[in-house]
Design a protein around this ligand. Structure first.
Ligand code: HEC
Length: 204
């Protein structure tokens, strides 16, 4: 007996097999990836970073650093916004960055980015934001006698946490850049107030 397959029948069979395969591959809940193909490394034996962990009391896999640890190169800044704390910062903090052409230049760049709008090109408190009326509070002069008497740490404190009506810049300006701002402010003061022999680490 000879079985004759018609070409059309063969096409139909392949087509039907294909359609049923596609339909069978569908997954109603979509929460299951279906069959794994080479699952050797798919399932981790270690706990995933954000998964629950029965080994620890708090049930978290990701651990918090031990109390008192700080990242390498990070200096803790444990001051609050009140005036007493600013005075304390002035007494305790020492500018870790030396006054060099590079640090002055970097200070100028950062000043031009973050401060110039309010404090003005020469630090007189006459920035465009204030003069145009967009910002209503008169920014303090950074080259006044009062500002000249501020200690490095007090200026650093004001930049970091803000001062009076001025907002904090600690989250926008890196710590070393804030110290270079202090150096640049001294530079501005020197130009205007004639304090030219500022020695490294000296506060006034
Ligand atoms: C949006 C405007 C604005 C910006 C931007 C701004 N300041 Fe100020 N700043 C002020 C105002 C206003 C005051 C005075 C606040 C007060 O008297 O309540 C002030 C005060 C200060 C003081 C305190 C001066 C003193 O006599 O004690 C310092 C230091 C200072 N600013 C530095 C900076 C530096 C550095 C930057 C850039 C990182 C900066 N400010 C950015 C508005 C601004």
């Amino acid at each position: 007996m000879k079985i004759i397959f018609k070409r059309e029948t063969a096409y139909e069979t392949v087509f039907l097999l294909l359609v049923s395969f596609i339909i069978l591959s569908c997954n109603r809940s979509r929460n299951n990836p279906g069959w794994d193909y080479f699952p050797d490394m798919f399932y981790s034996t270690a706990y995933e970073t954000n998964s629950r962990n029965p080994e620890f009391k708090d049930g978290m896999t990701m651990r918090v650093p031990s109390a008192g640890t700080i990242p390498r190169g990070f200096t803790p800044f444990e001051y609050t916004i009140d005036p007493e704390s600013r005075i304390k910062a002035g007494k305790e903090l020492v500018n870790p960055i030396s006054r060099t052409d590079e640090s002055i230049q970097r200070g100028e760049t950062v000043y031009s980015t973050f401060c110039i709008g309010c404090h003005g090109i020469r630090g007189e408190g006459d920035g465009r934001l204030y003069k145009s009326g967009l910002y209503p509070v008169k920014p303090r002069s950074l080259i006044s006698e009062t500002a000249g008497k501020l200690r490095d740490g007090e200026i650093y404190h004001s930049i970091t946490l803000g001062f009076g009506a001025m907002g904090a810049h600690g989250s926008q300006v890196r710590a070393d850049d804030r110290w270079m701002l202090v150096i640049y402010i001294r530079e501005l003061q020197g130009k205007v107030m004639g304090i030219t022999d500022i020695k490294e680490g000296e506060n006034k």
